[in-house]
Design a protein around this ligand. Structure first.
Ligand code: IMO
Ligand code: MG
Length: 428
């Protein structure tokens, strides 16, 4: 059996899409297990960048079956737009693509609800992507959700939609003083989307398990990152799904005993979009330099990302929580021009140094990072493809990251192109 889970070990945008896409050529199946169109996975297709929000990052690789698992929340409009976009560029989305019946749908009222909620939070806003993710997962758990399987029977879907939308409108108008959403107009928009998506609907957990039992290779593609996990992230500044490797089981119907290797993706530095504490954030010109060199603008919302240094305490926490076997470090080349590179090795809390990641945001906001300055390498790594060709200081940087994380680094990415990878070992 060979399952491989790709999880972000920071606050998202670690390069999971690029790595998943790169590993897909050796895989039989790529499965998204959580999140929704809040994800922005940038993939280079024939040298051109594409941003995927819902389609699994293996979709452009011929012969790979791609699955949206039951743990994902699907915005039908966004998904159809994405299918059209990739189809126009010669990527076939046909029998190679399946959406599990059980995936919940992001409906127009979810987006309206989220906009009203974020506004009402005022100073305490989370800074969400406004893609309706939180309200959709809330409704799912409150047993008010609409599963995409309903699209197979539009009459049944319409009746359910109408009933929930009427209550949502009461919430929007009476509690938030917001505009109601038009039920009939939404249903008119949904009908052609249901027709488009219906052929992809499938009962997928058994197929994934069968692929694994037949020794097929399955990649479980995570979205967001560990520190955005609903249970173990920096709550409440998190997303609403289980972003860690443990999310694979409820998100796909594959039991923990079948899952396999866990690969954690970390940038050589750290970014965060949205609100919430970020101990190693660099608010000076060096942070601006990272943002500029790394093109750190949100792929989903276009917001500038907050940038900072690699955080060894948070990384270790994420490695242990996910059971990471191997790390892949991305965007090493972004650090090429820095004379020295700070790395956080511990947190100081009230004069005491600790390597334990705090469980509350109040404590996390109060920590003071302890830095070690590592020498930079002052030369471009973008054309490096073999470990022995990396500058010595870059190798030393990677070795230090391995020590702090407690697991080996399997590969380093040094550019956006699919082949811009230095493999220390073969993962697939
Ligand atoms: P990928 O898959 C980075 C952040 C939002 C916000 C918080 C909650 O590209 O790594 P949500 O809309 O999910 O309710 O917002 O989570 N966020 C991400 N940050 N990368 C992502 O996805 C993210 N998806 C959500 O900015 O702080
Ligand atoms: Mg992203």
């Amino acid at each position: 059996m060979s399952g491989i889970v790709i999880v972000g070990v920071q606050w998202g945008d670690e390069g999971k899409g690029k790595i998943t896409n790169g590993l897909s050529s050796g895989a039989d199946m790529v499965v998204r297990f959580q999140g929704g169109a809040n994800a922005g996975h940038t993939i280079s297709l024939n040298g051109e960048p594409f941003v995927f929000h819902l389609l699994p990052s293996g979709i452009s690789v011929p012969g790979v079956r791609c699955v949206i698992g039951p743990g994902v929340v699907v915005d039908p409009e966004s998904l159809v737009r994405e299918i059209d976009m990739v189809s126009e560029h010669g990527v076939s989305v046909g029998e190679n693509f399946m959406i599990d019946f059980g995936a919940h749908m992001v409906m127009p009222y979810h987006k309206a609800q989220e906009a009203a909620e974020e506004k009402a939070r005022g100073e305490e806003a989370i800074g969400t992507t406004l893609r309706g993710i939180g309200p959709t997962y809330s409704d799912r758990h409150a047993r008010e959700g609409l599963q995409i399987g309903l699209f197979a029977d539009f009459g049944e879907f319409s009746a359910r939609y109408r009933s929930v939308a009427e209550r949502k409108n009461a919430l929007l108008t009476k509690l938030y003083g917001a505009e109601p959403v038009s039920v009939d107009e939404a249903l008119d928009r949904m009908r052609p989307l249901a027709e488009r998506l219906e052929p992809y609907l499938a009962d997928t957990p058994g197929m994934i398990r069968e692929t694994l039992n037949d020794d097929g290779k399955v990649i479980f593609e995570g979205a967001q990152g560990t520190l955005l996990d609903i249970a173990f992230g920096t709550y409440p500044f998190v997303t609403s799904s289980f972003t860690t490797s443990a999310g694979v089981s409820p998100g796909t119907g594959v039991p923990p005993s079948m899952i396999g290797t866990v690969v954690g993706i970390a940038k050589a530095y750290v970014t965060r979009v949205g609100e919430g504490p970020f101990p190693t954030e660099s608010r000076d010109e060096r942070g601006d330099e990272i943002r500029r060199c790394g093109h750190e603008m949100g792929a989903t919302t276009g917001r500038p990302r907050r940038c900072g240094w690699l955080d060894g305490v948070a990384l270790r926490y994420a490695v242990e929580l996910n059971g990471v076997d191997r790390l892949i470090i991305t965007k090493l080349d972004v650090l090429d021009s820095f004379e020295t590179i700070p790395v956080c090795t511990a947190y100081r809390i009230g004069g005491e140094a600790t390597r334990t990641f705090p469980r509350t945001v109040a404590e996390l906001a109060a920590v003071e990072p302890v830095y070690e300055e590592l020498p930079g390498w002052g030369t471009s790594t973008r054309d490096v493809r073999r470990p022995e060709d990396l500058p010595e200081a870059a190798t030393a940087y990677i070795r230090r990251v391995e020590e702090l994380a407690g697991v080996p680094v399997a590969a380093v990415s040094v550019g956006a192109a699919a082949h811009a990878v230095v493999d220390f070992e073969r993962l697939l």
